[in-house]
Design a protein around this ligand. Structure first.
Ligand code: NI
Length: 166
């Protein structure tokens, strides 16, 4: 298991559109393990493969207090959504930035689990926010893109400065 490098906004690779996973094989399972170690180490509650520069439709989430409830979503699709909620979101690719984003309150998701088995899940609250946030990554979208251009530019400049100063 290895801790992977997380791409930081505004890295252009974060805007890559992920391809579907063809087969849930040993390589995918190894990537899931590495992503889990990376997410727990950060620490974060969700991580998309895009963020570790792997452009396939894979994301992991663990919103539990105990950090032992890893949920794996491969080729996820939102098949129903309803309601509206606002949540102060953060992202491991935009460290230190927390901003309010409006998303659906409840989502019904279809995906494959880590053994390649199809499952359906109805999520609400933080889990719903996380699923929508991580699925955006797979489309090449970072949450700051929901903010005003002014705010986004300010964040972009702050991130570029952080990078320069490192
Ligand atoms: Ni994120």
């Amino acid at each position: 298991m290895a801790i992977l490098d997380i791409l930081n906004y505004p890295d252009p690779r974060l805007h890559t559109v992920a391809k579907p996973v063809k087969e849930v094989d040993a390589n995918i399972r190894r990537l899931i393990e590495d992503m889990a170690v990376t997410m727990y180490d950060a620490p974060g509650v969700g991580l998309a493969a895009t963020q570790v520069n792997q452009h396939i439709q894979l994301l992991i989430i663990d919103t539990s207090e105990t950090k032992d409830q890893l949920q794996v979503f491969i080729n996820p699709r939102i098949i129903e959504k309803s309601g509206v909620q606002e949540y102060e979101e953060g992202c491991l690719s935009v460290p230190g930035v927390y901003e309010s984003v409006t998303r659906a309150e409840i989502v019904k998701v279809e995906a494959l689990d880590k053994s390649g088995k199809k499952f359906t899940l109805i999520a609400e609250g933080l889990l719903s926010v996380c699923i929508q946030h991580e699925m955006d990554h797979l489309l090449g979208k970072v949450f700051v893109e929901y903010l005003s251009p002014l705010k986004r530019n300010r964040i972009k400049n702050r991130m570029l400065k952080l990078k320069r100063d490192r």
